[in-house]
Ligand binder design. Structure first.
Ligand SMILES: [Zn+2]
Length: 242
């Protein structure tokens, strides 16, 4: 069963929008970016199974397969933050592909302390993975010179202490994780959440010149926001909530 809808924004940017009834995040794939035999970069692989038993990870693998991409060819997994619905499936991805795993140092610290008990709250087994490196605020350059993918990493705490958002400069695509959604913002009542930091993070994000906003979850207002004006209007609206 496939619960993900594949949305191709560019040749180097596929979004897998979660459409199941239970809770899971949207995932992003940057195909054929890295050198070598495992060229794909996967962001937020999500749950293995959600709270109502939907097979989230199998669905993602199948949806990617329909686009011609194999999970075993993933070479790097990046997590926007360490919540169960974003990183539970990091373990099977790494097992299948030997991929590297990266998140921010701040989020790793949170995960190893408060974050793991957060998994227990949801009855989810925390993934047994160690980060291969940490993503830092600033430029993250991936891939070989001729088709290098320039990504700007923004540290955006508030929903989780070490949340990051990723901005693909060339195509002006902003992956906003659980910081901003269509018509809504991330919760701050989870461990490590902070409304004032979320407000600051959203202010920073709203300065970017984004053509697409790709949020970590869909809402009743939608999922991917397309068009600079609509992205701007969305920031204007959500700022009233924080
Ligand atoms: Zn979250």
């Amino acid at each position: 069963m496939i619960y993900h809808k594949s949305v191709k924004l560019t040749d180097k940017f596929y979004c897998y929008v979660w459409q199941g009834r239970g809770n899971n995040c949207n995932s992003v794939l940057w195909p054929s970016v890295l050198r070598g035999e495992h060229p794909h970069v996967l962001i937020d692989p999500g749950h293995i199974r959600d709270e109502i038993g939907e097979t989230c990870f199998d669905s993602l693998a199948q949806a990617m397969g329909n686009d011609g991409f194999k999970m075993e060819d993933v070479g790097l997994v990046i997590a926007t933050h360490s919540h169960p619905d974003h990183i539970e499936a990091v373990e099977p991805v790494v097992k299948e592909s030997g991929a590297l795993f990266a998140l921010s140092r701040e989020e790793d610290e949170f995960y190893r302390t408060m974050g793991k008990s957060f998994f227990q709250m949801f009855g989810v087994k925390p993934p047994q993975v160690t980060p291969s490196f940490f993503v830092k605020e600033g430029e993250l350059s991936l891939g070989a010179k001729e088709h290098k993918l320039g990504v700007k990493v923004l540290l955006t705490p508030g929903h989780s202490p070490g949340s990051v958002c990723l901005y693909v400069e060339k195509d002006r695509i902003l992956i906003s994780g659980d910081v901003v959604f269509a018509g809504s913002v991330g919760r701050t009542d989870f461990p490590g959440g902070s409304p004032s930091l979320l407000r600051k993070s959203i202010d920073e994000l709203s300065k970017l010149d984004a053509e697409y906003l790709v949020p970590g979850h869909s809402t009743e207002m939608g999922s991917i926001i397309t068009g600079e004006d609509k992205v701007k209007r969305n920031f204007y609206t959500v700022k009233m909530f924080v």
